[in-house]
Design a protein around this ligand. Structure first.
Ligand code: GLA
Length: 912
């Protein structure tokens, strides 16, 4: 690792006339140059450099791109700061931090307290590197002049002329030494922090009201009505592994401490005692950093947190684009790309359904949908320059959270970009009593110099290996059939058994009994909350049904909507106060149902016992956990007035708790979450369940868009996708069995149709596609995804899966609405080894062909191939990637699937 003086980066901090000065910024306080000289610590420090600065990258361009970004260059601050740290910590500055007139004693910070590792169960290296000088340990107070620097007495290491590495001793044991070579005093030092206000700096975490006019990372309100809370670096610690989060908080988990290193920066408001911990976990084998924030009230009066961002990232000036996933019910996660202009571009779930993308000054909308929503997804990519699938620097942000969130991208007047991601502040207020703490959701930041595709592959790998429950990491789910689109509410024991036996003949392995099996539910008006079987429909109960299904050699799955209650239900008549509502006001229904108050443990405990009774009553291998409306009247009977701003967040934590308890209690059951289709498709849910139903829209063409967009953030293996009947129930569109099957294969693969209605031909096709899926599933689920044709930018879509050593690949391509007579571009493949020869075989040929003389459509029993029957191409990876495959589509919604197998190295090509 080359030691570099990165102080030049600060030269872009140009003061402006309206930039308030005089209070030092958080960033300038966050120097890391007081590390102990511990052997292990040095090892960790080296790792931080590697994983934050130069991983996988020999190119300076990439390096500097990463360094430009504050989060990604934390470790480099050690150098940026240089000797300036000592200046920042001089007495004058400290007094300013204390508010000039206050004495040091007024600070409620216990300056002698040692940091513990936040109760985490990971090995702490016990690096108490507090270097905020205090008491006798305070270094000399006068500001240093160029040529002077404070170094440790212990190490007595002075600065070498060329600025070679300087180890520092323990805090508070300082000498001023003369720097031999004045050129070593960097430009940074000439830029007095007093001259540069916060507003023009790249910050890690920004307060409001003390000079930074951009959107802040957090906001508080104290009992005296004041809202200022500048926080300053106090100390930091470095942990092997990861700091633990509260139980049932979704987070990137480790299987081994050596997989990550965590930096915890502790910031203090020296006046009020508010402590902010910024947690950064660098995943060693990924270009990823996990961030979360913990607020601790060490003061003696309560403080209300009004805004908590899990992550703030300030970028230096560039031309930036935002990629987001937005949509609606049945049209989820469409790719939306916007060039960022001055001001704030934000997306979030408002209570108002129409807020797609807004630029706003200040908005006082309140509340939210309570779920991550169909409308927006807690995920975004920032690209510098026009977004590109394969090239260029891209920064991915994913919030592991299923409730109200907000992502803001603000271009300030200097042209710099700030990205904030966290809980939606609208309607949020968390009361922090003395001694209490608050942990934000975790946010994952991913960097790629391979454009948007690189971000996706990195997130897929991370989510598959460190987010989805470990027990589901390598499984291939059984091919299932769901009763919903087959018979909707018209279920009965006989019907389910009929569907099951027909499904079994096709090779289907599991049948899911969807809505309508419980209470007296025949439509959406009743019975949610009454989780016992309707014995009129199921006279042998669930146990009888499950037994018969299992005796047929099938597995059994069940639908639940645990968070809801119907007004026409026993649960509601017993506990009308158990739903979210404000007494004396109306209760807004959605799909005829109300939302249970999951902020209350009594409610969660009741539902837990209902679910666990059912799940223990007979063999059940799969649960679909639905949530079919969003929150309104977010108010709880159980909590005091001062805590009503917490309810939306407590609701989500309650859902997590119940999901965690039930999945722990029944670890063998596959859970698929769902919310009116894909209305809660987020990384928070994946922490508990390995798959999520992507959309209520099962039309193959619509699904191409939905699934393509979903893959920007989420791995194929978690995307719930089924083959449904034609004409499709949502669009009335008819597509071939081939196209429906190929689209559904790029997901969990199942069926959502009535197998009693199938023709013999269709049955044969389905049986063949199930066999094919079984053979290809591993590569589809575990392969690296390369998106080739973007349906949002063209009239066709294509993507491919490549295994890790690039010896096998699958290429899927779909026509959407190409005009007749218009040719397609050649399909350029990706991810292959240039020097390898691949055998390219087309699988599952088409059936229909056009007579070119008459134009008549004819059935071709031999199959319609791209390059002729039984014709396999032998082509090098270079040719496949650079010249590509010509693809012909004859009809709308036509599709093609190629299988590639490495045959030999390109040198031997001539021998074929
Ligand atoms: C939601 C789901 C559907 C189905 C229905 C049942 O809409 O997305 O798949 O389960 O609920 O009511």
């Amino acid at each position: 690792m080359i030691e570099e003086d990165l102080s030049y980066l600060s030269l872009s901090n140009v003061p402006g006339p309206f930039d308030p000065r005089g209070v030092i910024s958080v960033a300038t306080m966050m120097g890391l140059n007081e590390l102990e000289d511990l052997e292990d610590e040095m090892d960790l420090r080296e790792r931080w450099k590697v994983y934050t600065k130069a991983k996988d990258s020999a190119e300076d361009k990439v390096k500097s791109r990463r360094l430009e970004n504050a989060s990604w260059r934390l470790w480099s601050m050690e150098r940026v700061r240089g000797g300036d740290l000592n200046k920042d910590l001089s007495e004058g500055v400290m007094l300013r931090a204390l508010g000039e007139s206050e004495s040091r004693e007024a600070s409620s910070v216990d300056v002698n307290s040692k940091v513990n590792d936040n109760g985490n169960n990971l090995e702490s290296l016990n690096l108490d590197m507090s270097h905020v000088p205090r008491g006798k340990e305070r270094p000399p107070s006068p500001l240093l002049i160029p040529g002077q620097r404070i170094v440790s007495k212990e190490t007595k290491k002075t600065v070498s002329p060329k600025g070679s590495p300087k180890k520092r001793g323990s805090a508070g044991n300082y000498d001023i030494v003369h720097v031999d070579d004045p050129t070593e005093v960097t430009n940074w030092q000439k830029l007095d922090p007093d001259v540069i206000g916060k507003n023009t700096q790249l910050l890690e975490f920004a307060d409001q009201g003390t000079g930074d006019y951009r959107s802040p990372s957090f906001q508080v309100r104290y009992e005296d009505g004041s809202t200022l809370s500048p926080v300053y670096y106090f100390r930091h610690r470095i942990l092997k592994g990861k700091s633990s989060m509260p139980e049932f908080f979704p987070n990137i988990y480790l299987t081994n401490l050596s997989e990550a290193t965590t930096l915890v920066l502790e910031l203090h408001d020296f006046v009020t005692g508010l402590v902010v911990e910024l947690h950064y976990t660098v995943m060693h084998d990924y270009n990823a950093i996990c961030r979360h924030v913990v607020f601790i009230n060490n003061g003696d009066s309560s403080v209300s947190l009004q805004r908590v961002m899990s992550s703030t990232v300030d970028f230096d000036t560039d031309e930036y684009f935002l990629t987001q996933l937005s949509g609606s019910w049945a049209r989820e996660r469409q790719v939306v790309q916007t060039r960022l202009l001055d001001g704030i571009t934000a997306f979030q779930r408002f209570v108002y359904a129409i807020s797609i993308l807004v630029r706003y000054e200040v908005d006082d909308c309140h509340s939210g949908r309570g779920a991550s929503s169909h409308q927006h997804n807690p995920f975004a990519i920032i690209s510098s320059g026009t977004p590109n699938e394969e090239h260029g620097a891209a920064f991915g942000f994913s919030l592991l959270y299923s409730g109200n969130f907000q992502l803001e991208a603000e271009i300030s007047e200097t042209g710099r970009l700030r990205v904030n991601l966290g809980i939606n502040p609208q309607g949020f207020a968390w009361n922090l009593e003395p001694g209490e703490s608050f942990c934000s959701p975790e946010c994952v930041l991913v960097f790629s110099d391979e454009g948007i595709g690189g971000i996706s592959r990195e997130l897929h790998r991370l989510f598959c290996e460190h987010l989805i429950p470990q027990r589901w990491r390598n499984f291939v789910p059984p091919v299932l059939i769901n009763t919903w689109e087959a018979v909707y509410f018209n279920i009965s024991h006989e019907v389910v058994i009929e569907l099951a036996s027909k499904a079994k003949e096709l090779g289907i392995e599991l049948i899911v009994l969807d809505d309508g099996w419980f209470g007296h539910r025949n439509d959406t008006t009743s019975s949610l909350g009454d989780w016992y079987p309707n014995l009129q429909k199921l006279p042998y109960g669930l146990a009888g049904l499950s037994k018969e299904i299992h005796s047929m050699g099938l597995q059994f799955g069940l639908w639940f909507e645990p968070e809801m209650v119907s007004r026409d239900s026993e649960l509601y008549s017993l506990h009308p106060d158990w739903c979210l509502h404000i007494p004396a006001r109306g209760k807004t229904v959605g799909r005829n149902q109300l939302v249970l108050d999951f902020s209350r443990s009594v409610v969660r405990d009741y539902i837990f016992s209902q679910l666990s009774n059912i799940l223990s009553s007979c063999p059940i291998e799969y649960i679909k956990w639905d949530m079919n409306r969003h929150l309104t009247e977010v108010f709880s009977q159980d909590w005091p007035a001062s805590r009503q701003g917490e309810i939306a967040h407590r609701y989500v934590l309650g859902v997590y708790e119940l999901l965690g308890r039930i999945t722990n209690a029944f670890p063998h059951i596959i859970f698929e979450t769902c919310s009116g289709g894909g209305g809660r498709f987020d990384a928070g849910m994946l922490y508990f369940a390995p798959q999520i139903w992507a959309s209520d829209n099962t039309d193959a063409v619509s699904r191409i868009y939905i699934q393509y967009g979903t893959t920007l953030a989420y791995p194929i293996c978690c995307i719930g996708s089924h083959v449904s009947t034609v004409p499709n129930h949502q669009t009335l569109r008819s597509t071939s069995m081939k196209t429906r099957s190929l689209v559904a294969m790029c997901g969990t693969f199942g069926y959502e149709l009535d197998p009693r209605q199938l023709s013999e031909d269709e049955k044969g096709e389905i049986a063949a596609y199930i066999q094919l899926y079984k053979r290809l599933a591993h590569l589809i689920r575990k392969g690296n995804l390369y998106r080739l044709w973007n349906p949002f930018l063209s009239s066709s879509a294509a993507w491919m899966f490549v295994n890790n050593d690039a010896s096998q690949a699958l290429v899927f391509a779909f026509n959407i609405r190409r005009e007749v007579g218009r040719l397609l571009p050649r399909l350029l493949l990706r991810g292959l080894c240039y020097e390898t020869v691949y055998e390219v075989e087309e699988l599952c040929p088409g059936k229909l062909v056009r007579n070119i003389d008459t134009g008549a459509i004819m059935l071709d029993p031999r199959g319609v191939y791209q390059y002729g029957e039984n014709k396999k191409l032998l082509l090098s990876g270079r040719t496949l990637c650079c010249a590509g495959l010509p693809v012909k589509f004859l009809f709308d919604a036509d599709s093609v699937l190629f299988e590639l197998k490495a045959v030999t190295s390109a040198l031997s090509l001539s021998s074929f």
